[in-house]
Design a protein around this ligand. Structure first.
Ligand SMILES: Nc1ncnc2c1ncn2[C@@H]1O[C@H](COP(=O)(O)OP(=O)(O)OP(=O)(O)O)[C@@H](O)[C@H]1O
Length: 269
């Protein structure tokens, strides 16, 4: 597990993706992908449909094992760790299709999130085993703070399934934050949001960065992605075709060609 730390200039990376390969039958979904995420930064991971973005998320979170390569988190390889062990280290995510406990209230969803860092805590929270009143009160306070952070304080008692879709997305972000992540993976968080909700989401993501949390964002809304990201990584057909600051990537010919080929331009939206 120790390995040799790569000497870095500037901020140490929290996540290093090294030469990762993943194939599904004859499809090379990831082809020697490598890049690093600096601490407290926002990286936008973009690319046309089928580029490999979701596959990379699944490799980072441990849902899929790569065929080759390594993922290092805070300086150590996480290759052999299970999903829940990666969560315990501080890797949290949201899902493309919101995955909340619909019959639970907004508050209860956050309370579950607060205990996902330990397996025992997760099971305990699911079974609602009694804990001390003090602990219960502290957890509720923390959960309310998180609801407040995403603007849902007044809806704590509402069933999450009854909330408008845009609010469910915010609730999912709050639940992921409840796990106190060091790295937050956001999978198309703006999908289904209107313009004002998207604006609110962008502010929220920047606020999360200012708390020292690193963000990897997969998002089809290019104006959001380009306006909040420090770094953009572009995948196309499993290969990394560009990496750099938003403006440089928007002007990159290979990127434009990849998007034009798919009838969507990264400078549009
Ligand atoms: N479980 C799987 N079995 C077979 N092929 C898969 C599987 N998952 C992904 N693929 C293929 O791998 C490639 C990359 O898919 P992936 O979902 O990672 O792309 P993406 O960039 O997330 O696309 P989108 O923007 O459409 O979500 C595609 O060709 C896809 O069809």
């Amino acid at each position: 597990m120790s390995g040799t730390a790569k000497p870095m200039t500037g901020n140490d990376p929290i996540l290093e993706i090294r030469d990762v390969d993943k194939a599904f039958g004859g499809v090379q979904a990831l082809d020697r992908i490598g890049f690093a995420l600096e601490k407290a930064s926002i990286t936008g991971l973009i690319g046309p449909n089928g580029a490999g973005k979701t596959t990379l998320f699944n490799v980072i979170t441990g849902i899929l094992a790569p065929d080759a390569g390594d993922i290092r988190f805070a300086g150590q390889s996480i290759e052999n760790l299970e999903v829940h062990q990666r969560v315990a280290l501080g890797i949290a995510r949201t899902f493309q299709n919101v995955e909340l406990f619909e019959s639970m209230t907004a508050l209860e969803n956050i309370l579950v999130g607060l205990y996902t860092r330990t397996r025992a805590g997760m099971i305990q929270s699911m079974l609602r085993l009694p804990r001390t009143r003090q602990e219960e009160a502290r957890a509720r306070d923390q959960a309310m703070e998180l609801l407040n952070f995403v603007g849902l304080r007044d809806y704590a008692g509402r069933k999450s399934g009854d909330l408008p879709f845009g609010w469910q997305r915010m609730l999912e972000v709050a639940r992921a934050m409840a796990a106190q992540p060091r790295l937050l993976l956001l999978d198309e968080p703006a999908a289904g949001l209107n313009m004002s909700e998207t604006g609110h989401l962008g502010e929220l993501i920047k606020e999360i960065r200012s708390q020292g949390i690193t963000i990897l964002l997969v998002e089809h809304d290019m104006s959001l992605t380009m306006s909040i990201s420090d770094l953009i990584v572009v995948l196309d057909q499993g290969r990394k075709i560009a990496e750099g600051p938003p403006r440089a990537v928007q002007e990159d010919e290979a990127v434009m060609a990849a998007y034009l080929g798919k009838k969507a331009n990264p400078t549009n939206d």
